[in-house]
Design a protein around this ligand. Sequence first.
Ligand SMILES: Cc1cc2nc3c(=O)[nH]c(=O)nc-3n(C[C@H](O)[C@H](O)[C@H](O)COP(=O)(O)OP(=O)(O)OC[C@H]3O[C@@H](n4cnc5c(N)ncnc54)[C@H](O)[C@@H]3O)c2cc1C
Length: 382
Amino acid sequence: MPNFEPTEQQTLIQRAARAYAERVLAPRADELDRRGTFPCESLSEAADLGLLGINVPEALGGTQAGAVAYSLAVSELARACAATTVAICVSNMVAEVIASFGTEDQRAEHVPRLCGGDYVVGGFALSEPEAGSDPGAMVTKAVRTDDGWVLQGSKCWITSGTHAGLFVVWARTNDSPGTRGISAFLVPGDAPGLSRGRPEEKMGQHGSTTTTVDFDEVKVPERALLGTEGGGFRVAMMALDGGRIGIGSLALGIGLAAFAKARSYAQQRHQFGRAISEFQAIQWPLADSDTELEAARLLLLRAAWRKDQGLPHTREASMAKLFATERAFQVCNRAIQVHGGYGYVREFAVERLLRDVRVTSIYEGTSEIQRLVIARELSRGR
Ligand SMILES: Cc1cc2nc3c(=O)[nH]c(=O)nc-3n(C[C@H](O)[C@H](O)[C@H](O)COP(=O)(O)OP(=O)(O)OC[C@H]3O[C@@H](n4cnc5c(N)ncnc54)[C@H](O)[C@@H]3O)c2cc1C
């Protein structure tokens, strides 16, 4: 069983993330939300602090601190700014997947550049207009040529699509049905024929751009294939196991921020001659939120700990994401209720937090898909 006390190294990473979040992210979060500008400067500072390769070997430019440290750091970052944090999460996922599946050359060429911020961030291009929960329905193709591959198709919903300097792109490479004919490729953001759409107008996480990425006869060399031909689905699923711990941790961070604001507001706000925190009707939702955030934290740490031990963690990562994202949404909603009318306006950040948390139970697998994954693992006897 995991010991839930962080080690010295994990505590150091958590503290570094908190200091960066308070100094760099928090002061910019509101403006980022209003303007929807991509946080290039903050991301460059994140790279300087080693936050773009938290669970990547030091030899490849990473911090090599493990999945538990990653979860702790992501929650700290998301307390301040979910939009910047999701760009950091996806970039970490891209660096990790190359570190895990790449050849020596691919690792040496791309991972240090991702960790160091040379690519700004990495992008993860799996979803398509007709292939969201069901990646096996993708139609983007990669056709083999004498000296490489040619990619043709369109991806959508790509986080950091405006700025990512390197994408992992999934495409169909043979006619096997469903997920069997899919392969993964490393495609530089400046590859001729690659174009990026306009950012979607989203409910929240405005500073994180979400775009289509189109591939019109994009030529990549043979060495761009990540993993084996036809093995791309496995690459995606393994990346998402870790990614889900990241998104759950991100939701936890947003929930913690909303809870802290609700708690302090309840002590300051007076009605009927006393602080509203003295009303049981206010105390109970705060107690529920505190309990649920703690349970989410423990589920996330357990999933991350299993990942660090090299143990299977698909079921635990899905449970942690499902619970953390859905409970964090409830925590944010309750925080608005505690604020009354003041919770519904921009001046008090809980309004942004509710908008920011909503998508966490959609991307990297909806809550319904997490339940499917958990049920599948159950039927396998795990
Ligand atoms: C802001 C944002 C950022 C994103 N970033 C990325 C990114 O960087 N890279 C990337 O590749 N993708 C990204 N996505 C895409 C995201 O992963 C998909 O939106 C998600 O997987 C759901 O796919 P969909 O939107 O097509 O919904 P659908 O798959 O069409 O699902 C619609 C509804 O049906 C339910 N459903 C579908 N299948 C089943 C089933 N078998 N059983 C029960 N219910 C089911 C879903 O749970 C959902 O409620 C992003 C999305 C958003 C909104």
